[in-house]
Design a protein around this ligand. Sequence first.
Ligand code: NAD
Length: 465
Amino acid sequence: MSADTCDWQNFSPGDLSYAFPIVSSGDVSASIARSSQAFPAWAALSLDERRDLLTQCADNLRAKSEEIAVLITRETGKPIREARLEMAAAIAKFDFTFADGERFLRDEAVAGGPHPALVRHCPRGPAAVIAPFNFPVHLGHGATLAYLLAGNTVLFKPSPMAANVGLVYAQVMQAALPAGVFELVQGWAPVGQELCLDPVVRAVCFTGSVPVGKALSVALASDYSKSLALELGGKNTAIICEDADLALAADAVADGMCLTAGQRCNATSRVLLHRSIADRFLDLLQSSLKRYRPADPLDETTLLGPLIHFSAHERYEQLISGSEGEWIVPGGILECNDKEQHGFYVLPAVVLVNDSAALDASPLAKCETFAPILVVEIFDKEPEAITRHEAWAFGLTASIFTSCDDAFSRIGALLSVGNLYRNLPTTFSPSTLPFGGWGNSGNGRPGGRSFLRFAVQEQAVQWKA
Ligand code: NAD
C-alpha cells in the first residue's frame, strides 16, 4: 500500500451546501502493477483493434456527456455552457486522435539505404496522465487517447478537486477497455509524485502549475528515457496597437480574463496598451466586463462562475490588496447572504500599473493569477511592448490586436510564445492545433493535436533481403 493515503470530501464551489461523496486516495503500486501487467497484450493489438475499442469509449462518453457536464459544473464551478463545450471537445478528440494515428503510428518504409528498412512507432509502456481541475475531462483525456491508441496503458490521476468527475470519466473508459488498460488513481500531490517517479511508468503527461512541473523535471532528470510532457501555466498577454478595432479587442480581453473565472492556463492576465488609445480601450473594457456578473454556474445564462476553492479565494484577495497601481475596476469578493447558495464568487478586477520595475518584482508578474484579474501597462513604441512582453518568463499564448498585416508579422515574430493570435482572445485554442508553451510554460512537447508524437518512441529496423 502506498504511504500517503487519505480521505477527503469536495463541496460544490458554487453552492457550498452541496457535498460530494468521500473519496479515498488510491494504491499507487497496485495500480502500476495492473497497468504493467496489461501493457504487453494491449501493445500487441493492432492499431485498428485499439481504435475499435476506443470507438466504444467514444460512444459511452457521448451517452454520458450531459451528466458529466453537470458534474463538472457542480464540482469545479465551471459555468454549464462551458462544461458542455468541454464535453463536446472531449468527444471530438476521438476522431482527431484516430486521424493522427494514421499519420504518426503506421510503420514507415524507408527506401534508398543499404538495406530494406522501416521506422516503427513503438509504445513506451504504462503512462501517467496527471490532470488539473480546470478542464477535468478534456485535458487529461487528450493525452489519454494518444497514449492508448499508441499501445500504452494509462494511469489517470485527476485533480483531487475534481475527483468525482474523474471517477465517472474512468468508469466510462473502463467499461470498454480490457482490465488494467486504464487505471484511475485518486489522490493529492504525494500520490501524483509517487506515480510520476515510479521507474515502471515510462511516460508522464503533466498538466498543471509551473512549480510542480519544474520539480518533476528535476526529479526525473536522471531517468532520461522516460518521456515527460509538461503543460504548464501562462501569463497571457493581449497587445493592443493604436490601429486596433477597440470594441473587438475589449470584448476579447474581457472574455479571455473571465472564461472559467480566469482559471485557464491561457487566460488573459495582462494587456500592453498603446498610449494613444488607452482611455478609449479602458472605457470599452469596463463596459464589456459588465457582462461578467458572478452567478450560479448551473444557470444556462451564467458567464462567470466561482473560483474553485477557499485557497483561490484567499489568493485573489491577497493579490488585490497587495498590488500597487490604479484599480480601474476594483474587483471584490461577492458577499452572499443566502447561505444555501454561498460559494467562492469574485468580481473581475483591472489594475493599471506604471512602475514596471515594481510590477516585475510583484506576484502579479511572477505567478499565475488564476482568477479574473488583469494588469494593464501602457507603451508608446512597438519595441517597448515587445521588450515588456519578453520580460516575463511565461510563453503560452499572446494575441496582437491590429488591423495591419505587417505589424502583426513584425511583432509576432519577436514574441516567445507557443500560441500566437491576431484579433482573438488568448483563450482561443481549438483541438485542430497543437497546444503548448515556451519558456516556463512547457517543455516543448505540445498537447492538443499531434500529441501522439510523444506517446511513442521510434525504432529504426533494417534487414538483409
Ligand atoms: P496543480 O499543479 O496544483 O495540480 C495539477 C495536478 O498535479 C493535480 O492532479 C495535482 O494533484 C497534481 N500534483 C500536484 N503536485 C504534484 C506532484 N508533486 N507530483 C505529481 N503530481 C502533482 O494545478 P491545478 O491547480 O490543478 O491546475 C491549474 C494549473 O494547471 C495552472 O497552473 C494552469 O495554468 C495549468 N494548466 C495548464 C494547461 C496547459 O495546457 N498548459 C492547461 C490547463 C491547466
